[in-house]
Write a protein that binds this ligand. Sequence first.
Ligand SMILES: [Zn+2]
Ligand SMILES: [Zn+2]
Length: 327
Amino acid sequence: MIYLGEQNETRIMYSQKAYCYLNKKLFGSYSKDNKEGYKCKLDVCDICSKGFHQLSLGVFKNFIKPYLFEILNVQPKDMLALEGKLILNWIQQGYGSCVEFQNNCKAIFLKGYNTWFINYSINYELAEWLDQHTCSFCNRQYIFTARKNAGAKGITCQFDHWLSKSKHPLFSLSFYNLIPCCSVCNSSIKSTEKFNTNTHLHPYVDKHISNSFSFSYKLNAQSEYEIDFANENHISKKAKKTLEDLGTKLVYSKHSQTELKDLIDLRLKYNENYLQSLLEKTFGDLNMSDEERYRLIFGIEIDEKDYHKRPMSKFKKDIITELLSIK
Ligand SMILES: [Zn+2]
Ligand SMILES: [Zn+2]
């Protein structure tokens, strides 16, 4: 998994838009006939300049209004407590049941994700602001955004909901609950697992997430090399659970006979250490940084903060480092 950085500017830009959208859906547009309606203080706001069909959510709209900013910006570790507090208040104030609370959340937040966030290309905008080039979970697939024309759609990442949007619809549009990733990780792997910051690492929380484990290899019963983790006993419980539930070994397993084998061959198949020769001799005496050598020879980034820019950077860097350490 890859740390996504602080991303504070992006969070502020995104949550401002989502805040305007939610208020417009709940209260309609401000006008002399709708004094309760919403309009933000910005001179130009591409959300407030649009008309959205107002929902009629009864008492829920005034109940949830004071919490909208907090819901959009809540830190991952505080999400479940905020949800619990709101459900308790809702029930204690006699507004209705837990199920009714969740149904209201589905009508405004989950529907907002499925319609506004996707149909109005907010996913493209958020992806462009985040500027992550490969999947935050696997670092195997490119997820960058490219539009057919300015403003049009094209290709972009998927957003995984760290806390599932069906079980926790309140956080369907919350910034730290939206993790840019590839479709394999989003739909085939992570969708089945229950994630929680007490038991799993989080790509917005754990700064050294990429260094919480190292890729390695071993010989299997068929005497073939296969991908493994180094010193599994030293991997923290949280990191282990995260790797298991993201299926990291599974998604990398098919690379054993391709990328892994190529690197091992470069080091072990011949008498000469070609791995070292490539790094030391390819560019002669050119004054070139290690970063540049690895990028040109292996197509990877070796600085943790840049892993996301090239697929399999973390994997190949770990394997190459281990192979170079063999005397
Ligand atoms: Zn606005
Ligand atoms: Zn992925």
